[in-house]
Write a protein that binds this ligand. Structure first.
Ligand code: GLC
Length: 559
């Protein structure tokens, strides 16, 4: 037994779970949880205007219970002119009328909690809307008290932008404002001016907004573009990118050396974490697109940073077994002691996994996500294998596609309405939805798949249930097992329980044997829904596009 003081110290540091497995600790809820991302505009319309809302989400909570997830993360629901569909906030403590009211939010949070579901909000602290009262004040005059809440600079000697910093959404990141003749910085749209995070008042204002929501019972935040918060104090030019390809967005022509991932950002995150820790068991997740070795710093020096720096390694990786095996190994190895892993297959900014890996691989992808060590996040609709929906030019809504058209960066295709049942608009809305539905919706929807034992939906449900039931899967160690070709093999282990996960990323049957060490056990779950209970006696054999989980018997020795 640990003494009270020691136990508290360990709890503060986050449960020590490393590759050695649990050390008789109770997990934080978010370590064994499965998180589900909802894009509120597209989940369920409750008031018939073609756009999803809070009452709609409330109506669909039973779906989340049936699926078996533990927490829902809502993309932004705050008051916003919707230039970037809510990622341009005009009031951090008000619900946008499109989504409902604060009462609707309280009702949703209450209903979610009553069902045992946690609720995570999207915090967008890097920038506000240009309609936020703070920015309206800031741009009013050079001596306005809120002037330095944003990043204002004089133009260069020739009158052009202050330096070469580029917007992720196309063109210079500097917008000249006629009222005062200076430029303000915006990493995204010009309607999304960046806040000045070096300013203590700015930090305090955002921290107060966090407290506002935590007092209302919110269980955590996913923090938008957190690696962007601090920019170079000297405003140095970004260096050219030697690997730039002209078919890529223009901002990639320079490397974001002075605009993102600055060392000082970690002090800010530590503060944000301290605010989170003012309330018990709240979760802090950060959106970060960085290589694995840079990502790890976001756990904080003493795990006092983010609980979960989002791990997007699987989002951009080519879908092949050898590459994925290497990447998983590198991520596991790079984790700081006690740092809890997490995995993501899709989100509202990236093409759907079913389209990236191929529909035949959707089950294998699901099995991978839900058997790796660490907290998985499921993007809404992936549980029914929703595909990327083609968007005609006149249907484009995404400001990124509008600004940087035709090179495949548009995000509308992964944000289309959830497909619930065979009904007008798939049961999403009684009106025309804001984005087109997938033509496949009469067949590919929750209601149809619920009745089909072999559906991807039922596979997700089984995987989540299995993960919950087995410590080996939700808390155990991870060990890779050598394999060739299209096979990806690993073992999850907790005390006497060992599970072998075998995934075939190709469409040909594949077999692996362990000469001298025949494996014994039984098959617990195949992605095809059959074979359950089949004995394992020697070789592991998979059909094309099959994944399988085997419970190994005690005497199996895996080299
Ligand atoms: C994040 C969001 C994305 C948004 C951008 C600017 O990357 O996920 O949807 O456009 O930040 O706020």
């Amino acid at each position: 037994m640990l003494s009270g003081a020691k136990l508290r110290k360990r709890q503060r540091a986050g449960a020590r779970v490393g590759t050695r497995g649990w050390e008789s600790m109770n997990a934080h809820w978010w370590q064994t949880a499965v998180i589900y991302q909802i894009y509120p505009r597209s989940f369920q319309d409750g008031d018939g205007d073609g756009v999803g809302d809070l009452r709609g989400i409330m109506r669909r909570l039973p779906h989340l219970v049936e699926l078996g997830v533990d927490a829902l993360w809502l993309s932004p629901i705050f008051r916003s002119p919707m230039a970037d569909f809510g990622y341009d906030v005009a009031d951090y403590t008000a619900i946008d009328p499109l989504f409902g009211t604060l009462d609707d939010f309280d009702a949703l949070a209450h209903a979610a909690h009553a069902l045992g579901l946690k609720i995570i909000l999207d915090l967008v602290p890097n920038h506000t809307s240009d309609q936020h009262p703070w920015f309206i004040e800031s741009r009013a005059s050079r001596d306005n008290p809120k002037r330095d809440w944003y990043i204002w600079r004089d133009g260069a000697a020739d009158g052009g932008p202050p330096n070469n910093w580029q917007s992720d959404f196309g063109g210079s990141a500097w917008q000249r404002d006629d009222a005062t003749g200076q430029y303000y910085y915006h990493a995204f749209l010009s309607a999304q001016p960046d806040l000045n995070w070096r300013k203590a008042d700015v930090r305090a204002a955002i921290y107060d907004a966090m407290r506002f929501w935590m007092r209302r019972g919110v269980d955590g935040f996913r923090v938008d573009v957190i690696w962007h918060l601090i920019k170079d104090a000297e405003f140095r030019d970004n260096p050219p990118n030697p690997d730039f390809r002209p078919d890529r967005p223009s901002h990639e022509a320079v490397l974001p050396l002075y605009t993102t991932d600055r060392p000082e950002v970690h002090d800010i995150i530590k503060e944000m974490r301290a605010v989170t820790d003012e309330f018990p068991e709240r979760l802090l997740i950060g959106e970060i697109y960085l290589p694995i070795e840079r990502l790890m710093a976001y756990y904080g020096r003493d795990l006092d940073g983010l609980h979960l720096p989002f791990n997007f390694a699987l989002i951009s990786a080519p879908w092949n077994a050898r590459g994925l095996a290497t990447l998983i190994g590198e991520y596991e190895k790079a984790l700081p002691p006690g740092g809890w892993p997490n995995w993501v297959l899709g989100n509202h900014d990236r093409p759907r996994i079913t389209s990236r890996a191929g529909a035949d691989q959707a089950g294998v992808a699901a099995m991978l996500l839900l058997t790796l060590r660490g907290t998985p996040t499921i993007y809404y609709g992936d549980e029914i294998g929703m595909e990327q929906v083609p968007i005609a030019r006149e249907q484009v809504r995404d400001p990124l596609e509008r600004n940087v058209p035709g090179i495949g960066v548009g995000r509308d295709g992964c944000r289309t309405p959830m497909q619930w049942e065979e009904a007008p608009n798939a049961g999403f809305s009684i009106s025309d939805p804001w984005l087109p539905l997938d033509d496949a919706h009469p067949m590919r929807n929750v209601a149809v798949q619920r009745e089909d034992k072999a559906s991807i939906y039922n596979l997700y449900r089984r995987l989540i249930a299995l993960r919950r039931a087995h410590r080996a899967l939700n808390s155990g160690t991870y060990r890779s097992v050598a394999a060739d070709g299209d096979l990806l093999l690993f073992i999850r282990e907790y005390e006497h329980e060992r599970m072998l996960v075998a995934l075939n990323l190709g469409d040909e049957p594949a077999q692996v044997s362990f000469p001298g060490h025949p494996l014994t056990g039984r098959l617990v779950l195949s992605t095809f829904g059959d074979r359950t209970g089949e004995p394992l006696d020697g070789d592991v054999a998979l059909r094309g596009n099959e994944g399988a989980i085997f419970a190994l018997s005690g005497d199996s020795h895996v080299p």
